[in-house]
Design a protein around this ligand. Structure first.
Ligand SMILES: O=P(O)(O)OC[C@H]1O[C@H](OP(=O)(O)OP(=O)(O)O)[C@H](O)[C@@H]1O
Ligand SMILES: O=c1cc[nH]c(=O)[nH]1
Length: 187
């Protein structure tokens, strides 16, 4: 499917600034770094979690641990994904028990990815609490589940015909965030 870029809403500098603000908000909410545990959702949530952890280390002198969730097997549309879904590793370097978890992802849209992440997380134990940080929140009207973000890099009201494309140097040739549109949706 060919996607047409409509507008560039963040460049690399803005992404970096938004992540710096998210790091500071997370530390403020947690009142420091004690028991803080950042967990990135594959794929793009992972480098975002690593970058936020680096920024928290700059602020507080202590880098919170970073874990990784691959929610593939917890998707509610798994039966339509195909016979051999690609599953990358979930890596949780320490227990989630009694931790203040912050789930981190690039985009919040319907909320179904976060529902899957919560289900998977709870299979590993009982965190003290779980917060959600996203780089882009596409708006509550798209939500299909009662899930909201606690920390938002940028709120971007969007139409259903649009897609938010987050580009990070770990996966893409450039850094930034764009609104793209399916050609058939134009007009
Ligand atoms: O709120 P939702 O409707 O669940 O949408 C948000 C999710 O969609 C994207 O992942 P996608 O499944 O497109 O895969 P990707 O991580 O490879 O981009 C994005 O990275 C979020 O994880
Ligand atoms: O617009 C969207 C919706 C879900 N996931 C994305 O990466 N972008």
């Amino acid at each position: 499917m060919e996607l047409v870029e409509k507008s560039r809403i963040m460049d690399g500098v803005r992404v970096n600034r938004a992540l710096a603000r998210l790091a500071s908000e997370i530390v403020e909410d947690n009142q420091g770094v004690e028991d803080l545990y950042l967990i990135g959702i594959r794929r793009r949530g992972v480098p975002l979690a690593e970058r936020i952890a680096d920024k928290i280390a700059d602020l507080e002198g202590v880098r919170p641990p970073v874990g990784i969730l691959d929610i593939t097997l917890y998707r509610d549309d798994l039966s339509t994904v195909g016979p051999n879904p690609v599953v990358n590793r979930t890596e949780l370097p320490l227990t989630v028990e009694e931790k203040n978890i912050v789930l981190i992802d690039d985009v919040l849209y319907t909320g179904r990815t976060i529902r899957a992440a919560l289900d998977q997380l709870i299979d590993f134990g009982r965190p003290r609490r779980v917060r959600l940080a996203v780089l882009i929140d596409r708006g509550k009207e798209h939500r299909e589940l009662p899930i909201q973000a606690d920390f938002v890099g940028k709120f971007v009201p969007t139409k259903k015909s649009e897609i938010i494309k987050v580009m990070l140097k770990e996966f893409d040739e450039e850094e930034g965030v764009a609104i793209v549109e399916r050609p058939e949706a134009r007009g």
